[in-house]
Design a binder for this molecule. Structure first.
Ligand SMILES: Nc1ncnc2c1ncn2[C@@H]1O[C@H](COP(=O)(O)OP(=O)(O)OP(=O)(O)O)[C@@H](O)[C@H]1O
Ligand SMILES: [Mg+2]
Length: 311
């Protein structure tokens, strides 16, 4: 079974207005609530593509209870750890006529290390063998930077392959557990390198350093420029069609696509192709939705993959 972990989920509340205007009391045309979170998104894309996964998440308070109810209704398989504090709510205001969008992100609730330990317990006690564990997103406030490192080590002790998609200090600590795959974007990779990486050569060289630390696959996503995948045997560059700038969830979808390929033990080029196609499929899907089978089928033939020289 595939397990995704979301330590910092959200309840997103979208108010749709006719038009955003200031100093006025305005009526919402529609109010939509959707739970968010990177691991949750990975599970959503897997589900849309017909692959089961278990979504593990930290959930707290009334906002958390509402998010949980909505996740249940989506049909996700959930394993929840209740936390003391309230799950964060983000507020999004959309102006229908002028197309403006205001996104207000709240800080996540403080989480205690003992609450993370309960996620560890879940990982150590899964009834189904954890084939793969996907650790995605930032860490909650109050949690040690090595939380992903610890969860990764525990997952590996149970024979799971670990995918880590995070940035900053949690990524820096997490790579010491030698995950199977990491998927930084360029900014996250540069932060890890401690310098700017210009051009393919420098990116490849730094990916090589990461591989020597025990990671097997490094995928660097480059937004509309596609992505690079580097292993000990192969280096690939993927190109994507430009769709538009609404790319929310593209990175998470890419992770989901690669998880599907890896659990089927497909060749690396196919794994990469599936990741790219899922990410583009999410960009094609206008609105808040992610990959669907239809947008995946549309995206798949538009992906280009070439081998690049590692020397
Ligand atoms: N404008 C775009 N058009 C087409 N495809 C895109 C576009 N932006 C991103 N993608 C696809 O999505 C992948 C992931 O995007 P990106 O590099 O922005 O990830 P990310 O920064 O991790 O995103 P996230 O915010 O979801 O974490 C890219 O490698 C590419 O395949
Ligand atoms: Mg990302």
């Amino acid at each position: 079974m595939i397990y995704t972990v979301t330590l910092n989920p959200t309840l997103d509340i979208t108010y749709v207005l006719e038009e955003i205007s200031y100093d006025e009391s305005v009526k919402a045309l529609e109010v939509v609530k959707t739970p968010g979170g990177k691991g949750v998104n990975v599970s959503r894309v897997l589900k849309a593509m017909g692959t089961d996964s278990v979504t593990m998440a930290l959930i707290g308070g009334f906002a958390g209870a509402e998010a949980l109810d909505l996740l249940h209704r989506e049909g996700l398989i959930l394993q929840i750890v209740r936390i003391e504090a309230n799950t964060r709510t983000n507020v999004i205001v959309l102006g229908r006529r002028n197309g403006l969008e205001l996104v207000i992100r709240a800080a996540g609730p403080p989480v205690e290390d003992r609450e993370i330990d309960r996620i560890s317990d879940l990982i150590m006690q899964t009834t189904r063998v954890p084939e793969m564990i996907v650790l995605s997103g930032s860490l909650p406030r109050g949690v040690d930077n090595d939380a992903y490192y610890r969860l990764a080590m525990e997952g590996k002790s149970r024979g799971a392959k670990v995918i880590l998609d995070s940035g900053g200090k949690p990524l820096r600590a997490g790579i010491k557990a030698a995950p199977l795959l990491i998927k930084p974007n360029l900014a996250e990779l540069e932060e890890l390198a401690g310098c700017e990486l210009e051009g393919r050569r420098q990116i490849l060289d730094f990916c090589g350093d990461l591989l020597s630390g025990g990671i097997e696959i490094v995928v660097v996503s480059l937004g509309r420029e596609g992505a690079m995948l580097v292993t000990g045997d192969v280096a690939l560059k993927g190109t994507v069609p430009f769709i538009d700038d609404d790319t929310v969830g593209a990175g998470d979808s890419m992770v989901a696509g690669m998880v599907m390929g890896l659990t089927r033990s497909l060749p690396m080029e196919e794994v990469f192709h599936m990741g790219l196609a899922c990410s583009v499929a999410t960009v094609i899907n206008t609105g808040p939705g992610l990959t669907t089978r239809e947008t995946y089928a549309e995206a798949f033939p538009q992906i280009g993959i070439e081998q690049i020289s590692m020397v």
